[in-house]
Design a binder for this molecule. Structure first.
Ligand SMILES: *[C@@H]1O[C@H](CO)[C@@H](O)[C@H](O)[C@H]1NC(C)=O
Ligand SMILES: *[C@@H]1O[C@H](CO)[C@@H](O)[C@H](O)[C@H]1NC(C)=O
Ligand SMILES: *[C@@H]1O[C@H](CO)[C@@H](O)[C@H](O)[C@H]1NC(C)=O
Length: 351
């Protein structure tokens, strides 16, 4: 497996695949490879027995089933008494098959991480598209227990493939107004049972990458009075994906269908393919709330982390009450034209 994936990475490096518009993903490929090769890497799957025996898998399955039903009732697609439960034993047997996992970064933060975002569940802030209710469970794969005191950070591009909080030529339509909004970005604490939830959009696409959501997991951070966090450490930097059939349906709806950027399918995205190696599966498990995708979606994923792992992702900007401001000396500054993290010849970070 390791040999195959190294050969695979070598081919991709040789082809010089572009990622964020104008850039390339060599660095991201190298980091993912370093993760796959790490001797202490553990998957969520390796915690299956402990999590099933403690009753956590059953409880989470039932909680998620009830939550999806609640969303269906709220949207008028079901009556309260109509909840049909699946056999939890089935959920226990299949546990861990769709779980992102990491010890090292699963993938890079990319050039458009903006730090200082607000703690809030609903991160839509007026953006239009297919709404997804995200339910993320975080598991400590060193002790096989849910992580109850972390913050999950989430960000994605909008339906036409533009990130908020930054102004950059390569950022979709390159709109300067994107820097003035914090839409589709935010953080949520993991609660008692390791769960963080968000209301966001299925991300649109931009040149060179399959549709994806970014995530970072923070530990030991301090909650500030203005509803942001400071300090702490980061154990995980990753990306979540959407099944291609579902994406095709989403991309047919407006405003996704007005996106003029070329679309890359999952199967053509090097990072997507590497994300699925080594027993990982960063594809969200998605259920429909109604009959059409526009009625909303409910998506779940479990992420394994080593809370003691230390990653050092670099934000390009910081969110303030005056909008996004540049972080001095960010290695992503100037992306995609010039930046310290641009171009080839990367070594996996050793931190
Ligand atoms: C995405 O964001 C850009 C920049 O703010 C904006 O021009 C574009 O209209 C947005 N897309 C949608 C579908 O609103
Ligand atoms: C968390 O799990 C405990 C038992 O393991 C359960 O009693 C409790 O209701 C759960 N809490 C939440 C918020 O789901
Ligand atoms: C929140 O407070 C911190 C510390 O004072 C400050 O640096 C940051 O800019 C504030 N963020 C917002 C969005 O107001």
């Amino acid at each position: 497996m390791v040999q195959f994936s190294q050969a695979f990475a070598a081919i991709l490096l040789a082809t010089g695949v572009v990622a964020h518009p104008g850039g390339n993903i060599n660095k991201e490929i190298m980091r993912r490879q370093a993760h796959l090769d790490h001797p202490q890497r553990r998957t969520v799957q390796s915690c299956k027995r402990d999590l099933v025996e403690s009753g956590w898998v059953r409880e989470q399955h039932m909680r998620r089933e009830a939550r999806l039903h609640e969303l269906r009732v709220a949207a008028g697609f079901a009556k309260p008494h109509e909840l049909v439960r699946r056999d939890p034993a089935e959920a226990e047997a299949n546990y861990g098959e769709a779980a992102a996992c990491t010890l090292d970064p699963e993938a890079t933060e990319g050039p458009y991480w903006v730090s200082g975002e607000l703690i809030r569940q609903d991160i839509l802030t007026g953006e239009k598209g297919v709404v997804v209710h995200l339910d993320i469970n975080v598991i400590d794969t060193t002790g096989c227990k849910p992580v109850t005191n972390a913050y999950v950070e989430m960000w994605g591009c909008n339906a036409t493939g533009v990130y908020t909080g930054v102004a950059a030529k390569g950022n979709g339509d390159g709109s300067k107004s994107a820097i003035t909004t914090n839409a589709l970005r935010g953080l949520q604490p993991t609660a008692q049972n390791g769960t963080a939830t968000f209301i966001t959009l299925i991300p649109g696409h931009y040149v060179g990458r399959a549709n994806h959501l970014h995530t970072i997991i923070h530990h030991g951070a301090t909650l500030l009075p203005n509803n942001t966090i400071s300090g702490g450490t980061i154990s995980h930097v990753g990306q979540f994906y959407v099944d291609q059939t579902m994406l095709t349906e989403v991309e047919k709806t407006t405003p996704y269908s007005t996106n003029k950027q070329t679309q890359t399918k999952n199967a053509q995205d090097a990072l997507f393919n590497m994300g699925k190696q080594g027993g990982d599966d960063p594809v969200l498990k998605i259920s429909r709330i109604g009959s059409k995708v526009e009625d909303g979606l409910y998506a779940t994923i479990d992420v394994g982390v080593n809370p003691k792992a230390r990653q050092n992702p670099q934000p390009v900007n910081m969110w303030t009450d005056k909008g996004g401001i540049a972080i001095p000396n960010s290695p992503w500054a100037g992306y995609p034209d010039s930046c310290r993290y641009c171009g080839g010849g990367f070594r996996p970070p050793t931190e």
